[in-house]
Design a protein around this ligand. Structure first.
Ligand code: GTP
Ligand code: MG
Length: 219
């Protein structure tokens, strides 16, 4: 996982460590921890990068190899207990908005950006152009949104590539620099590599979105 911090420095950190640091920052507030009961999370990115699969895997469904294109949008609601995430015996409702990535739906999906709390923007590591396109998606989401949205970039299909370290990581870092350079985003941007096939880092993506939202309410 990579973090682009406020100073535009890219840091490589284990997900566990980053999660713990967010938990600590939240717990340091001394006051009663505020939470929002309803979170709108959108999952965006180019066609066939694995957005629907990511959500389905998070919801505990088996991996499906067959590609079923999302027509417009599909929403799912899920109640999440915060006990294991931040030690609170409370639940929140996640609204997951699975947006179509194929070009013909571009205008349709834009209207769903409004009111997003957390955005997960996906690029396929085996097709680097789809990772480059993440910049455009984030730009559009920011423009259509009055709220401050936090972004998690997911590099999907890690199982299809022979290794993340090396030239691919260099390329990803370039994209992250470009993103920070071109767009005016104050929040930390994080990049997580995942595999829905191997069930790698899937839960972490959503838990980090939840934790970062809680942090934003308790600073
Ligand atoms: N090997 C591998 N294939 C994956 C992974 N995630 C998704 N896929 C495959 O990629 C294809 C597209 O996945 P979807 O989740 O439907 O992609 P999408 O981003 O929702 O596509 P649109 O709805 O059209 O925007 C399917 O054939 C999936 O099985 C992964 O982690 N590894
Ligand atoms: Mg889909």
């Amino acid at each position: 996982m990579l973090i682009v911090d406020e100073n535009n420095t890219i840091i490589e950190t284990p997900i566990k460590e980053y999660k713990n640091s967010i938990r600590k920052r939240i717990e340091n507030t001394n006051k009663r921890i505020k939470i929002r009961k309803n979170l709108k999370i959108i999952i965006a990115g180019e066609g066939a990068v694995g957005k629907t699969t990511l959500i389905q895997r998070y919801l505990g469904r088996p991996f499906r190899a067959q590609y079923l294109i999302t027509l417009g949008v599909q929403t799912s609601g899920v109640e999440i207990n915060l006990e294991s995430i931040i030690g609170l015996s409370e639940s929140i409702d996640l609204q997951l908005w699975d947006l179509a990535g194929q070009q013909q739906y571009r205008d349709v999906v834009k209207q769903f950006f409004i009111g997003t709390d957390e955005a997960i923007v996906v690029g396929d590591l085996s097709r680097i152009s789809t990772v480059e396109k993440v910049i455009d998606w984030i730009d559009q989401i920011n423009k259509q949104n009055m709220k401050t949205t936090r972004f998690i970039i997911v590099g999907s299909k890690l199982d299809l590539i022979t290794g993340f370290e090396g030239s691919l990581e260099v390329k990803i870092r370039e994209i992250l620099f470009k993103l920070k350079d071109q767009l005016n985003i104050n929040e930390e941007i994080i990049f997580i590599e995942t595999s829905s096939l191997d069930n790698r880092n899937i839960t972490e993506v959503f838990e980090l979105a939840i934790l970062r939202n809680i942090l934003s309410l308790n600073r």
